[in-house]
Design a protein around this ligand. Structure first.
Ligand code: UDP
Ligand code: MG
Length: 274
C-alpha cells in the first residue's frame, strides 16, 4: 500500500475555480495528483468553491480531508470565475502556479508541457485552445474576441484561462486590485514575456457552461473596456511622468552637450593648428 501523502512546501500550485462541477471534481483531483506526482515536485491543489448551489463543497471538503496537499477555499457568495481565481492566487504558494477549469475541458496531462515551456524564461505560458470543443458559433465569437484581445494587449490569440505562471506574474496580478478583473487581459497588460503551446481542449462531458450567450457578451465587453481604460490610465501616468521629468531631462541634456562640446573642442585643437 502507498504511504499516506505528506504536505511539503509546494513548488507547484494549482488553482481551480469551481462552480457547479460536482460530477468532475473527483476525477479531476485524481488525474491532477497522478500527473503532479509523476513530476516529482511538491505540489498543492487549491479548489475555490465559488458559492456553488450544487453540493460541490461537500466533495471538495472530502478531497481536502483525504490529502494534505489539497485545500478547499469556500467563498461566501458567487463572485465569478476571475475573482475566484484571484482569491486562489492570493493563497497559493510555489514557484510555479497553474490555473485551470474544473470541468475537465482542460486536460491536467498538459501541465508538464506547460511547466517545461516555462523554463524558457516566460512569466506565463497558456495552453492555447484548439479543437472543436464548443459549438461553431461559440468558437467563432470566441476567436474574434481573443483576436481583439491579442491586438489590444498582446496576449496570445489562442489564450484561455488554462495557464502556467511564475511567482512574479502572480504578484503582478494580485497588485492590479481590480473590482471587475479579467485575468487573461490582465496577464497581457503586465507586459511580461508570454507564450502559448497548443493543447487540445475537450468538449464538456456533463452539465453546461456557466457562460450564457448574454454573460459571454457582457464579459467580453467588460474585458475590452477594462483593457482600454487601463491603457488610457497608463498613458496618462506616463504623460505626467514626462512632465515631471522635463527639468531633469533638460539638465542631463545640457551636461551631455557640454561634455560633447568639450570633447569636440579638445579634438578640434590639433586640426586647427594644422
Ligand atoms: N466558474 C466559477 N464561477 C462562476 C462561473 C464559472 O468559478 O461564476 C468556473 C467554473 O467552475 C469552471 C470555470 O470557471 O471551472 C469555467 O467555467 P465554464 O466551464 O462554465 O466556462 P466555459 O468553459 O464554458 O468558458
Ligand atoms: Mg468549461
Amino acid at each position: 500500500m502507498d504511504p499516506p501523502p505528506t504536505a511539503q512546501v509546494p513548488e507547484v500550485g494549482i488553482v481551480v475555480p469551481v462552480y457547479r462541477n460536482a460530477e468532475t471534481l473527483q476525477e479531476l483531483c485524481c488525474r491532477l495528483r497522478h500527473v503532479l506526482e509523476s513530476q516529482q515536485l511538491p505540489f498543492e491543489i487549491i479548489f475555490v468553491d465559488d458559492a456553488c448551489p450544487a453540493g460541490s463543497l461537500a466533495i471538495l471538503e472530502q478531497l481536502a480531508l483525504g490529502d494534505p496537499r489539497v485545500a478547499a477555499l469556500a467563498l461566501e457568495r458567487n463572485v465569478g470565475q476571475h475573482r475566484a481565481v484571484l482569491a486562489g492566487l492570493s493563497l497559493v504558494q510555489g514557484k510555479w502556479v497553474v490555473v485551470m477549469d474544473a470541468d475537465l475541458q482542460d486536460p491536467p496531462e498538459a501541465i508538464p508541457d506547460l511547466l517545461t515551456k516555462m523554463q524558457g524564461g516566460y512569466a506565463a505560458v497558456f495552453a492555447g485552445r484548439c479543437g472543436r470543443y464548443e459549438s461553431f458559433f461559440r468558437l467563432l465569437t470566441s476567436r474574434l474576441f481573443k483576436g481583439l484581445l491579442h491586438l489590444l494587449c498582446g496576449v496570445p490569440a489562442d489564450a484561455g484561462l488554462f495557464v502556467a505562471m511564475n511567482r512574479q506574474m502572480v504578484e503582478r496580478l494580485l497588485a492590479f486590485d481590480e473590482p471587475r478583473p479579467f485575468v487573461v487581459a490582465m496577464i497581457g497588460c503586465t507586459g511580461l514575456p508570454l507564450a502559448s503551446i497548443p493543447v487540445l481542449r475537450s468538449q464538456r462531458l456533463s452539465g453546461h457552461s456557466a457562460y450564457t450567450l448574454w454573460k459571454r457578451f457582457m464579459t467580453g465587453c467588460l474585458a475590452i473596456s477594462w483593457v482600454l481604460t487601463w491603457k488610457w490610465r497608463r498613458n496618462r501616468q506616463v504623460a505626467k511622468q514626462h512632465v515631471s521629468q522635463a527639468p531633469v531631462r533638460a539638465y542631463i541634456g545640457a551636461r551631455f552637450v557640454s561634455i560633447l562640446d568639450g570633447k569636440r573642442s579638445r579634438e578640434a585643437t590639433p586640426s586647427t593648428r594644422l
